[in-house]
Write a protein that binds this ligand. Structure first.
Ligand SMILES: NC(=O)C1=CN([C@@H]2O[C@H](COP(=O)(O)OP(=O)(O)OC[C@H]3O[C@@H](n4cnc5c(N)ncnc54)[C@H](O)[C@@H]3O)[C@@H](O)[C@H]2O)C=CC1
Ligand SMILES: CC(=O)C(=O)O
Ligand SMILES: [Mg+2]
Length: 372
């Protein structure tokens, strides 16, 4: 198979879809790999690294989109990239379609077979291609929240760990999955007073066990969230209903109950955000204020640490990328129902139910799509 990897063009996105190691595995398996020049630069990989791995460097993304049978990326295709996708081509990347009707329409119009990293599943019900980036974003969330809490950035000037005689920051984490657990680990490490809300009692039991009294867990309902607003210095949004638009857990009217300069870090922004006042921001311009409350809503947080993130993502995607290349997408998805869970569009059909529900579009069942 001809596998292509263009340079990412989303602002401030320095990750790359294929590492040289992944390219090398694909070439060893008999595939041809083309990589856009400088695609790996932001993550510290040179064109020579890819050439040494057996890949071929090409001058333009256009050549990749025009010729590759499978395009491997990191972020959702941007409008100019979407115009170049076509039926019969496989796109393997993050998509986050539920909050993005424009992208969904373009992918359906293109006819591309799009497999979304964030909806591929595993045997335990986890999301193995979302998890590595959730680990990164979760670890970054308290760090970015702490920076936003600084007075010069609009925050209320509270130090995460406090000092002797002065209380630490109160950090509330809504959603105790991969992002929430990683965020809790860092916030606890910084000395904050941490509360994690979730709806899964099994998950809270796990957190209770591993943190051994260093954080508090609380069942997540509207009353619990509201009860924590007044004393929260920072709230991290880390909920997920796989593939679906994020539920809105804090309304604009409720911001008035928070302290001026308190901080919302909405990691769930890539699924539309879990606070009513969230809108996606960029690394260049990451924060804004609404009704006195600071918001940090960067939709590609792992892009801030592209080297670590690229390697972590590449480790997780490599076996799936090889299966798609070795067997073709149909056979690979027929053999692995967890990879089939990643199928979001095929030949003009939407194939993921939560996206169809969010956007009001009819869905073709993925098993039927295998026969189309
Ligand atoms: N902004 C960024 O750069 C990044 C964003 N993300 C996003 O972060 C979000 C979380 O991802 P993961 O932690 O991997 O998901 P996960 O599936 O591991 O965890 C989500 C948790 O939310 C809980 N939950 C669901 N509804 C809830 C509610 N109403 N209240 C409290 N908890 C609730 C679930 O029980 C689960 O434990 C996703 O939207 C993901 O796409 C992930 C990586 C990077
Ligand atoms: C998960 C995701 O959207 C990201 O890593 O950017
Ligand atoms: Mg994202």
């Amino acid at each position: 198979m001809l596998i292509g990897c263009p340079r990412e063009i989303k602002p401030q996105e320095f990750r790359v879809g294929l590492t040289p190691n992944a390219a090398r595995e694909a070439v060893s398996a008999g595939h041809k790999v083309i990589v856009e020049t400088a695609a790996g630069e932001g993550a510290g990989f040179t064109d020579d690294d890819y050439t040494a791995a057996g890949a071929q460097i090409v001058d333009s993304a256009a050549e990749i989109f025009a010729t590759a049978e499978m395009v491997v990326k990191v972020k959702e295709p941007q409008a100019t990239e979407r115009k170049q996708l076509r039926e019969g081509q496989v796109l393997f990347t993050y998509l986050h379609l539920a909050p993005d009707p424009d992208q969904t329409r373009d992918l359906l119009e293109s006819g591309v077979t799009a497999i979304a990293y964030e909806t591929v599943t595993d045997r335990t019900g986890g999301l193995p291609l979302l998890a590595p980036m959730s680990e990164v974003a979760g670890r970054l969330a308290p760090q970015m929240g702490a920076w936003t809490l600084q007075k010069a950035n609009g925050g209320r000037g509270v130090l995460m760990g406090g000092v002797p005689g002065v209380r630490p920051a109160n950090v509330v984490i809504v959603g105790g999955g991969v992002v929430g657990t990683a965020a809790a680990r860092v916030a606890v490490g910084m000395g904050a007073n941490v509360t994690v809300l979730d709806r899964s009692i099994a998950r809270m039991s796990y957190l209770d066990d591993i943190f051994m009294g260093r954080l508090t867990t609380q069942f997540s309902d509207a009353a619990a969230v509201e009860g924590l607003l007044e004393r929260a210095d920072m709230i991290v949004g880390a909920v997920l209903i796989p593939g679906a638009a994020a539920p809105k857990l804090i309304t604009r009217a409720q911001l008035g109950q928070m302290a001026p300069g308190a901080v919302l870090v909405d990691v769930a922004i890539d699924q539309g955000g879990c606070f009513e006042t969230s809108r996606a921001t960029t690394h260049q311009d990451p924060i804004y204020e609404v009704d006195g409350v600071m918001h940090y809503c960067v939709a590609n947080m792992p892009g801030a640490v592209p080297r670590s993130s690229t390697i972590a993502l590449g480790n997780a995607t490599m076996p799936f990328m090889l299966a798609l290349a070795n067997k073709g997408w149909r056979q690979a998805c027929e053999d692995d129902p967890h990879l089939l869970d990643g199928l979001n569009t095929h030949a003009g059909h939407l194939t993921y139910y939560a996206v169809g529900k969010a956007l009001g579009i009819d869905v073709l069942s993925p098993t039927k799509a295998l026969k189309t």
